[in-house]
Design a protein. Sequence first.
Lengths: 337, 266
Amino acid sequence: MTTRGRLTFGVLIAAFLVSSALEIGIGPMAIPFWRIIPDTWQYIHGQHTTDATVIGALRWPRLLVAILVGAGLAVSGCVLQAVFKNPMSDPGVIGVSSGGALGAVLTIALGWSAKSIWVTPVGAFVCGLLVVFIIYRLATIGRRTHLYALLLAGVAMGSLCSAIITAILDLSPLEAMQQMMFWLFGGLDGSDWHEVILLACTDAVVLTAFVALAWALDIMVTGEEHAEGVGVPVQRVKQVTLAMCALLVGICVSTTGVISFVGLIVPHVLRYFVGARHRALIPASALGGAILLSLADLLARTALSPIELNVGVVTSCLGAPFFLYLLFRRGQVWGRE
Amino acid sequence: MPMLQLDCVAFDPVLASVTISFEPGRLVGVIGPNGAGKSTLLKTIAGLLAATSGRVLVDHVDLRTVSSKLRAQKLAYLPQTLAEDIPYTVREFVEMGRFSHQSMWSEVPKTGKARVEDALAEMGLTTFADRPMYQVSGGERQRAGIARCLAQESPILLLDEPISNLDIFYQLDIMGKLSELAARGHLLLVAIHHLEFALRFCDDLLVLTNGKLVAFGPVEDVFTEDLIHEVFGIDAAMFTDPIRHYPRLSVALSEQKHGPGKAARV
């Protein structure tokens, strides 16, 4: 790795620690940084003082969900950009976000969400995967998945999903509408330890698989025919990548709703600093996504306190200008100067 | 013993059934007009296109039954075009030729790295090795592609128009190197538009037109003025270069077919 790459990792790790400490410490009830470790210790040992409960039951799960979802979205975006060889790719292109949102909105509209807190997340997950599967089937002719067909089918399915969502929103009472908005713009409100465990397991499996595929992904960037020529099982790599991204983003959407832009910008920004080799880019993207989402959540909670913004609003507001700055100042898109 | 066999290989509707055996140590020129099926033939052999019928056998093993990696160890394929925006250095790109020799986790070992350096040197790329691929010229990119095939160390090389982007120095240089590779026992199938170079450098010619195999065999037997007229619709006359004594071709548009045209040297 280059000096610039090592330096970037150093900065990322430092930023990760700082943003994590801020996300835990700052809130309606401020907790001094030097209290974080002792209070956490107390919570683990069952001493439920007020501070320990706020840290253990609210702030830690919220931070960890932000880290795991941010990392998951950024890594999915990074990998999809390589496989599609399209810098515009993010987890949205395979339909998992719009499908997930539709699933969540449907369960609320049909009144099923009142039956159990698990109905809406499960609905979002199932519907997200269903849409990915439909798009994959549409774009697979013979034994080959055509990437342009996949992109176009994704756009079409995405607009179909949002049309249905809009129609449902039009027809819903105000209360249900507010509940639906959480899923459409994403939020980390109400994160709990079950979600953390589920996300941690999925992140671990998927990230390991992607790091193992790192060299194959590098080669996919040089073109499909080329990749096939040197012995990359292109169709298998596509299938595995799509399935893994669908699973990971499906679980992210079902815990936090749709959070846009993290998957698009994080890999682009980091490609500039650590290069386009995936063995470095995947871990860097994971860290970058985790930092962006925990900072975004911190801002969402505190900027207009006590009103809480949707975190998706903040990721876009933070990410878009920075991204545009990099794009137009450096004139770089695909990890070039 | 044949190294590569095509057994009734067809790709509907572009390529009609082809049955040929190739011996090792030959440089085979694949010639024919645009749209004759040259690229389709190479892609079908390489497994990029699934043949609609027939089998491709390497050392009597059906390629459909082996993994992508094993196939790449037997046969390297270089596509006609290379993306212009590859974000890796020339060396990293050439190193990708080692993919089929590696497990997922391990780094390229010393012997592999040495092969990469040899391939870079052979294609005259050592000085460009650390430049990003998007900063080198079209010719250098093309040479990097060939170097990648060399690093792959496959006995069979399928090259789709490997000299079409190169200046005359590298056209001659690369055709010479491909001949050397054949002399060392490789089998090369090279799609080529440059008829004089095909005549001068290739051992065998495979002639395609409209997706049909017209002729296959040693250059001396296959390359006739009548065949060129029939396949390309031009009038060709072969002669020996007065200075260097290699075969040359004087060509002109055929009068019957396209009306009067200007004579031109290929």
